[in-house]
Design a protein around this ligand. Structure first.
Ligand SMILES: Cc1cc2nc3c(=O)[nH]c(=O)nc-3n(C[C@H](O)[C@H](O)[C@H](O)COP(=O)(O)O)c2cc1C
Length: 324
């Protein structure tokens, strides 16, 4: 399969592993890239730019294929050392960056001058158009079903992707709700040039997270995610658990008076406890509705080979067959 995305990034399959806090480390990124997709290291999981530089080096030792780094621009007052992380990316010879969160414009010149291709993750057509206008090479269009931050518009991919296709000139991948060959073929039909998966890649053998996290995703159905932090306009789709229910009860009783401090216990410092220690009820952690389509824990190569083989079957047999 050749699309504008495989050409842009020099990869075999049009499948990207989105940045994931405490999941997207070198082990997973290298496994995805070795399987023919695009693996991505999540910069902010590494505490310092020096740690990121070491993680990039570790990834390079595990793969000679292209891989990228995710830079998430957080809405916080005290920003992480973004210039330091960018220096580590450039000096580490990484040629692909996935930006997310706030507008990446202030940092784009540094990335572009270093010959880096930038794919910006957006949850709306207007943000994708903005990314195109400021010079991003591609967009990752995240629908309402996605794990993590779906934005505040609540437009599912069945509408969002064709809308993006109507407006965008740059290539884009479908993100959110993608799990298998059916997702890939459907996304291509809706106008995307490939897919970006988050939750699906957590339930793989190589994902460097506790086995209980993978099991929780396999056990979950499409009914088991919740939206939290909506009153703070920082909506996040997470897997339901006791801590999430407590958080939602606070949101309900406090209404518009809710402050971030009120839900500190349920959201701060949760990721290492969940991903490393396997305390899956420790707090709110991102997970997509797509959990309902995840029934096994394959290797990344098994997953990508299966998706590509079945996608070909769907196109050649089922779809061509319908035409008669
Ligand atoms: C556990 C987890 C952590 C994530 N962390 C980040 C992150 O730090 N930065 C980011 O840009 N996206 C993050 N995401 C979003 C993913 O990159 C991807 O856009 C999303 O998972 C796609 O939806 P899906 O889960 O339905 O595949 C995270 C997703 C999950 C499930």
């Amino acid at each position: 399969m050749q699309t504008r995305i495989t050409e842009l990034f020099g990869i075999q399959h049009p499948i990207i592993q989105g940045g994931m806090h405490y999941v997207g480390l070198a082990d997973l990124a290298a496994a995805v890239s070795n399987a023919g997709g695009l693996g991505i290291i999540t910069a902010l999981t590494l505490k310092t730019p020096e740690d990121l530089a070491a993680e990039i080096e570790r990834c390079r030792e595990m793969t000679d294929k292209p891989f990228g780094v995710n830079l998430t621009f957080l809405p916080t007052v005290t920003a992480p050392d973004y210039p330091g992380y960018i220096k580590a990316i450039i000096e580490g010879g990484v040629k692909i960056v996935e930006t997310a969160g706030r507008n990446p414009e202030p940092f784009l010149p540094y990335l572009k001058d270093a010959g880096i291709k930038v794919i910006h993750k957006c949850t709306s057509v207007r943000h994708a158009l903005k990314a195109e206008k400021i010079g991003c090479d591609a967009a990752s269009v995240d629908g309402f079903e996605c794990g993590g931050h779906p934005g505040e518009d609540d437009i599912p991919n069945m509408i969002l992707l064709p809308r993006a296709a109507e407006e965008l000139q740059i290539p884009f991948v479908a993100s959110g709700g993608q799990a298998d060959a059916r997702s890939l073929v459907a996304s291509l039909a809706l106008g995307a040039d490939g897919i970006n998966m988050g939750t699906r890649f957590i339930a793989t053998r190589e994902a460097p997270v506790h086995a209980k996290v993978k099991q929780a995703i396999v056990a979950a159905s499409e009914l088991d995610t919740r939206l939290v932090m909506r009153p703070l306009r920082n909506t996040e789709r997470v897997l339901n658990n006791v801590a999430v229910e407590r958080l939602l009860a606070k949101e309900k009783t406090m209404g518009e008076d809710l402050q971030f401090e009120d839900i500190f216990e349920e959201v701060v410092g949760v990721y290492p406890r969940v991903m490393e220690e396997g305390e899956v009820d420790a707090g709110a952690w991102s997970c997509g509705m797509v959990a309902g389509l995840i029934h096994d824990i394959p290797t990344c190569r098994e997953l990508l080979d299966r998706i590509m083989a079945e996608a070909e079957q769907i196109v050649r047999d089922r779809l061509a067959g319908i035409l008669g």
